[in-house]
Design a binder for this molecule. Sequence first.
Ligand SMILES: [Zn+2]
Length: 310
Amino acid sequence: MSSQGRTIVRKQGMFFALGCLAAAALLPPGAMAKGSGTCTAGTTLRLSALESSQGSLLLIEVKSAKPLSEVQGDWGGRSVPFWREVASETRRKGLLGVDLEKAPGAYALKVTGQTTRGEKMSCSATVTVRKGRFATEKLQVGKQFVEPSPEQIKRADEERQKLRDIFDRVTPERLWDGKFRMPLDGVTTGSNFGRRRILNGNPGTPHGGVDLPGTAGTPVHAAQRGKVALAEELFFSGNTVVLDHGLGIYTFYGHLSEIDAKVGDTLEAGAALGKVGATGRVTGPHLHWGLTVERARVNPLHIVKLLENE
Ligand SMILES: [Zn+2]
């Protein structure tokens, strides 16, 4: 390895701690002050927070005095997936994903629906987005580390489009039930979410997931029940598995040493889907774990926290 290569490793180590701090600061407030919206008579809307930041996930709850037949949400032109609480006809829950690069500002949330008797209901709220506090890593490295070959660029572009096409598909049924788990046993947090690398003065795309520490060969578990939407080797993330949980919710597992699932398989929550590795553009073994909600790249640690009481 050249001296430039060693520089990258050292700097990564240095920013690992920063990444952890950023991830901790991003955790949803949980029991802290919740927000509520304005609704038509007989309906209430509650949110896990009214103030969010880039890359965060909010839980929405709609309660009605009368049984509901349908509920849908729109947040600044993006649809919000809602699902029915198993034991309740009068409650719906939804997840609002704030993309990692969503422009800070105030966005109107509109929830509409109707009761089983056909009466219309609606709620509105304003959800503000603050700039995320993410680590920035400035690196000066040799050209060979910055500029992939034209073939590699073409391959990476095609793979990015393939992933975009997957995340655009919304499976109408909710395939999961209950809480989401961390994909590695004994690992409770991750780092580097949103970190942006500036290589030789050029800002790259922000890091869209969390990196979980793990030694090569450690089993990687499905965070929840889902259908395998992708299971193949990609240029940046190496051996990768993408799980479709339904309602536009996807989890992403990268850099695996081996993949133990195939496209179309339905995996139960906690099923082993592969092993921790160092495939793709990485310097050491770890799990890259991502979460996409209606195409918004959000911090996957949030879904574990938000749904922990499910
Ligand atoms: Zn990563």
